[in-house]
Design a protein around this ligand. Structure first.
Ligand code: FDA
Length: 306
């Protein structure tokens, strides 16, 4: 089921036609408050009243001409101004391929620097997502260049990739801000752990390596981008054992998933940030959400019928 859903995410015909269907639009509402940025900002304002911080992303990947990348950068500059105007504790997370990375890396870096400068004016972090493994090396090199000029930038790394421990060691001198996730793409066994146990073990080891960087006095930041409460608890215990406070890491979860846990963690004194997506190009992203938990397919069908 997982493989089928990931194949559907990549299929060109489905990508063009499925999102036009009313029932697909209806089903996606579970994972995003609306297609417009204003819906995401409204949702963030409600979360803020409950102590949950926000992170925003406009869905879309792999633009095919430079003007689309330029438009995305302008859009996020406007969004950062709106976040500021509404007094939200909100950050931006984006995919490099949305900014035109496939077409012109240097221009993409210019965009990212402008966005990081704007985010930095209000003490915010600009987050860079991690895409499929063919982008891993390029994205990490890109982050090294961006972090050198803009310390307020963060990168997503995936615990299912065998290379990630070495990547963290490589980035550590830069005092990185890392959002650690398990990984959402279909990757071959030669480069990625396949079993849940291996991915989870890797996740805890990588988180601990980053916490150690922090304990040793570095300005390393760790975001746990997972809904796996068992892992979060394990890492929280390790942090306590190292003498680090609850606020030494941040939990980042997706809009609509485990909201009860997001609220509980806030009540218990953890920092929680909810990633709110919006935009029209939600299809591949939505299919990856279904693939993460095929039981969601049943949920989606129920929403369509009900
Ligand atoms: P896992 O899939 O094991 O789920 C743990 C539990 O959480 C499940 O048992 C279930 O209860 C619940 N859960 C998880 N997913 C659910 C879903 N879709 N619907 C309902 N319940 C669900 N990936 C990537 O490759 N690059 C990236 O840049 C990012 N960025 C990112 C940012 C943030 C803030 C998050 C939370 C995640 C990402 N991801 C990502 C996605 C990530 O790689 C991963 O696919 C998902 O987080 C699902 O894995 P979990 O860690 O939640 O564990």
């Amino acid at each position: 089921m997982r493989r089928l859903l990931l194949w559907m995410a990549r299929n060109r015909f489905l990508r063009t036609n499925l999102p036009k269907l009313w029932f697909a639009k209806r089903a996606v509402r579970r994972f995003m408050p609306g297609e417009e940025a204003s819906s995401a900002l409204d949702a963030a304002a409600k979360f803020q009243a409950e102590g949950i911080r926000a992170e925003f992303t406009r869905l879309g990947e792999n633009v095919t001409n430079l003007s689309e990348g330029d438009e995305t950068a302008e859009h996020y500059l406007g969004l950062l101004a709106d976040i500021e105007a509404r007094g939200l504790d909100g950050e931006v997370s984006l995919k490099l391929t949305q900014l035109g990375y496939d077409l012109d890396v240097d221009r993409t870096l210019e965009h990212a620097r402008r966005l990081a400068s704007k985010a930095g004016e209000a003490g915010r972090t600009l987050w860079v997502d991690m895409e499929g493994s063919s982008y891993a090396e390029g994205t990490i090199s890109f982050y090294e260049r961006l972090k050198a000029t803009h310390p307020n930038t963060g990168l997503c790394l995936q615990s299912y990739l065998r290379r990630t421990a070495a990547d963290i060691a490589r980035l550590m001198p830069l005092e990185p801000r890392i959002r650690l996730v398990k990984g959402a793409y279909a990757e071959p066994e030669s480069i990625a752990f396949r079993s849940h146990d291996d991915v989870d073990r890797s996740y805890v080891e990588l988180a601990v390596a980053l916490l150690e960087g922090r304990k040793n006095g570095g300005d390393v930041r760790l975001g746990l981008g997972t809904h796996d409460i068992r892992l979060i608890e394990q890492i929280a215990e390790q942090a306590t054992g190292m003498g680090l406070p609850k606020t030494s890491f941040e939990v980042q979860m997706l809009y609509g998933i485990r909201m009860d846990q997001q609220r509980r963690l806030v009540r218990e004194g953890y920092v929680v940030r909810d990633l709110i997506s919006y935009g029209h190009a939600w299809y591949p992203w939505y299919m990856r959400r279904l693939a993460e938990r095929p039981a969601n397919v049943i949920f989606a069908l129920r929403q369509i019928i009900g």
